[in-house]
Design a protein around this ligand. Structure first.
Ligand SMILES: *Cc1c(COP(=O)(O)O)cnc(C)c1O
Length: 228
């Protein structure tokens, strides 16, 4: 299958702008992160040529290989996958953002390993918003305490919250999970922890996420087609 990346990118951007208008969000309130996991470097290069600059990756090895092939391009890389403690160094050294911090120990390692030559690493705390027992992410009840500890780490900049809700049957149910993340953000702000980022929404539910205040949506399939 031949994908016209410029067409795909235009279509997804149109969805973002349409959802912003429909839900009375300011225009350009929502950033698009292109999730390129399992896609070849050539697909990232094609999407970059079409105008996309931010890319999300889930696997460290795969991401480093792609970065090595694409050094000529000024891309912003976001790490969005599960983080093993022994893999934090390349993440701290090579990425601009990490969306999937779900333990204080990981945050401490990322801060300690962030090179002085780079700006602080932007991080989001991943929240297990449906409290699914098998899922990654902090329990909503522990986010406040961990958030305060992460803010104190010198080489990190705590930007917001990220969630991957359980699949929901319809639009109203999708919105409910995203609303819980937004309310958690509001509670943290009221307690003195103001965060500017809600990383939520993917190919199938980005409109519901934008309705509930997403500032960044992470989109793979709708941009690149099915993953191999
Ligand atoms: C794979 C992935 C996405 C993209 O999902 P699509 O349904 O392909 O848009 C977004 N966020 C995370 C954390 C992912 O792992």
């Amino acid at each position: 299958m031949i994908i016209d990346f410029a067409d795909r990118l235009r279509a997804v951007r149109d969805r973002l702008r349409a959802a912003e208008r429909r839900f009375q969000r300011p225009s350009d309130a929502v950033r698009l992160l292109a999730v390129s996991k399992t896609q070849p470097a050539a697909a990232v290069a094609a999407m970059a040529a079409a105008g996309q600059t931010c890319f999300g990756e889930n696997y460290v090895r795969e991401a480093l290989d792609k970065m090595a092939e694409l050094t000529a391009l000024a891309l912003e890389w976001h790490f969005i996958g599960p983080i093993q403690a022994n893999k934090t160094r390349p993440i701290a050294e090579r990425f601009a953002w990490v969306h999937s911090v779900d333990r204080l120990k990981i945050a401490e390692r990322l801060s300690a390993q962030r090179p002085e030559s780079l700006p602080p690493l932007n991080v989001c705390l991943q929240v297990n918003i449906d409290r699914e027992p098998t899922k990654h992410g902090l329990d909503p009840m522990e986010v406040g305490e961990i958030g305060i500890a992460v803010v104190a780490l010198p080489r990190l900049r705590l930007r917001g919250l990220m969630a991957i809700p359980a699949p929901a049957a319809d639009f109203a149910a999708q919105r409910q999970a995203f609303a819980r993340l937004r309310i958690l953000q509001e509670q943290l702000a009221a307690a003195g922890l103001a965060l500017d980022t809600l990383s939520m929404g993917m190919s199938d539910d980005l409109e519901a996420a934008i309705a509930e205040g997403a500032t960044l949506v992470r989109v793979g399939t709708a941009l690149f087609g099915p993953r191999r």
